[in-house]
Design a protein around this ligand. Structure first.
Ligand SMILES: NC(=O)c1ccc[n+]([C@@H]2O[C@H](COP(=O)([O-])OP(=O)(O)OC[C@H]3O[C@@H](n4cnc5c(N)ncnc54)[C@H](O)[C@@H]3O)[C@@H](O)[C@H]2O)c1
Ligand SMILES: N[C@H](CO)Cc1c[nH]c[nH+]1
Ligand SMILES: [Zn+2]
Length: 426
């Protein structure tokens, strides 16, 4: 089931081709029009597009306190318990990312440093078109809360009077979300970026979404901050002949069920393992309720590559820069040093990616489409601004004046030179 490709075929299809996140011109045009309309017509436009794209206009955009409270009675205590345990792990992992403002230099004449301040208001997009993701609420809002963001605003689409699923509302409470609005897609991103009468404008928008959401985020970027442009999910697995084919098949299928464009890769030194994994995939696929999503994903966007040795496997993975990498080898930690480009790494046969998706602590909002070559997964840092500061005494300025004026004059910015000279009376 998983296409077995040669090294060259794999390179041609997945590395040398255009890997840019696919937002076709039609999607970008739709996004531009909707954003323009929301900027001009605010809530009226929100109604129009909620009706058009989701087939439902809620009575109130904001979820009431009462509804949020009631949600706790509408889900099972087991679910609450699991969410709280997951949240505790995510909190503990992210708390350790917090860093303090710092002083770089402190003498009688010069003081310099960096002031760390949380972003004041953040919008969290929680996807809701095809599935509901309480885990994504935790992954986005917990780091924001730890960073000290004053106000966390969550948006997610609704399609009926049943409103937002109670499990999302409870996850939002656990994670520290302040306000929740029942709106999704391009219109939600526009509302967060520019504000409407009911939805407050935020300073940064984070969270994954489909191609419409990704297009909208890329358009509003600059007027508002964004975390990243997320493409379809990906997993790459490096395994040798000792790996359990049933586990590998299950992990590939887990990622393939996300969406028809999800990409899954297996790199192995064992051709036998690759064949066994394919047999297992067919077996397990038959039992998978979401096979209509996983099948096209596996057929069109997956590859199994048999490599001569594990070093080649790591080289290919580093070129791919996958969102997730599973290292299913003995002593997996000893191979970690070979990883250059990957969003998040899962070590050993008992750490399927699902542990990280839900529970382990690291974030599951990660760079896709090769972006792990230059960017990282969501973290507390995404919610913190770092302002530099500098103090010079008269003596310090005197010592530096000549150099500053020399460079300013080289740039023909004589005003800059004068700003120093006037203080020196040179
Ligand atoms: N990277 C992660 O951490 C992560 C986590 C969860 C989900 N995901 C991914 O996020 C994506 C979620 O996508 P989704 O569709 O389920 O939810 P979504 O909320 O991103 O998108 C649904 C919205 O898209 C808009 N839309 C749909 N068709 C449209 C059209 N023709 N024109 C204009 N707007 C339209 C609608 O407003 C709808 O509410 C999936 O690809 C999933 O794999 C990623
Ligand atoms: N694997 C997804 C990120 O690519 C995150 C997720 C949410 N729920 C399950 N999985
Ligand atoms: Zn997942």
């Amino acid at each position: 089931m998983i296409p077995k490709l040669s090294n060259d075929e794999y390179m041609k299809r997945f590395i040398n081709g255009n890997r840019k996140i696919s937002m076709n011109t039609e999607i970008i045009e739709t996004a531009l029009n909707v954003i323009k309309d929301v900027r001009l017509n605010g809530d009226k436009a929100l109604e129009k597009y909620a009706e058009k794209f989701d087939g439902f206009i809620p009575e109130d955009w904001e979820v009431s306190e009462e509804e949020r409270k009631q949600a706790w009675n509408n889900i099972s205590p087991n679910v609450i318990d699991s969410l709280q345990k997951a949240a505790a792990n995510i909190r503990s992992f992210h708390r350790k990312q917090l860093t303090q403002s710092r002083i770089m230099e402190m003498t009688d004449d010069i003081i310099s440093g960096q002031l760390f301040r949380p972003i004041e208001r953040v919008g969290v997009y929680v996807p809701g078109g095809t599935a509901s993701y309480p885990s994504t609420v935790l992954m986005n809002a917990i780091p924001a809360a730890i960073a000290g963001v004053d106000e966390i605003i969550m948006v997610t689409p609704v399609r009926s009077e049943h409103g937002i699923s109670p499990v999302l509302l409870v996850a939002a409470d656990i994670a520290g979300v302040n306000k929740i609005y029942q709106i999704g897609g391009i219109q939600a991103i526009a509302a967060l970026a520019y504000g409407t009468s009911t939805i407050p404008k935020v300073d940064k928008i984070v969270g994954p979404g489909n191609a419409y959401v990704a297009a909208a985020k890329s358009i509003v970027y600059g007027d508002v901050g964004i975390d990243m442009i997320a493409g379809p999910s990906e997993v790459a697995i490096i395994a040798d002949k000792n790996a359990n084919p049933a586990y590998i098949a299950a992990d590939l299928l887990a990622q393939a069920e996300h969406d028809q464009d999800a990409r899954t890769f297996l790199f192995s030194t064992s051709s036998t393992l690759v064949d066994e994994v394919s047999i297992e995939i067919n077996k397990q696929l038959a039992e998978l309720p979401r096979k209509e999503i996983a099948t096209p994903s596996l057929l069109n966007n997956s590859a199994a590559v048999v490599v001569d040795n594990l070093y080649t496997a790591f080289r290919l993975v580093n070129q791919l820069a996958p969102e997730h990498l599973e290292i299913v080898l003995e002593n997996p930690l000893s191979w970690l040093g070979l990883v250059k480009n990957a969003g998040s790494v899962f070590l050993g046969e008992n750490t399927p990616e699902a542990v990280g998706d839900y529970f382990g602590g690291p974030n599951h909002v990660l760079p896709t489409s090769g972006n792990a070559r230059f960017s990282s997964g969501l973290s507390v840092d995404d919610f913190i601004k770092k302002t530099t500061y500098l103090y010079y005494s008269e003596k310090a300025l005197g010592n530096a004046a000549e150099h500053i004026m020399t460079i300013a004059n080289e740039e023909k910015l004589t005003g800059h030179a004068r700003a120093v000279q006037i203080r020196m009376q040179i």
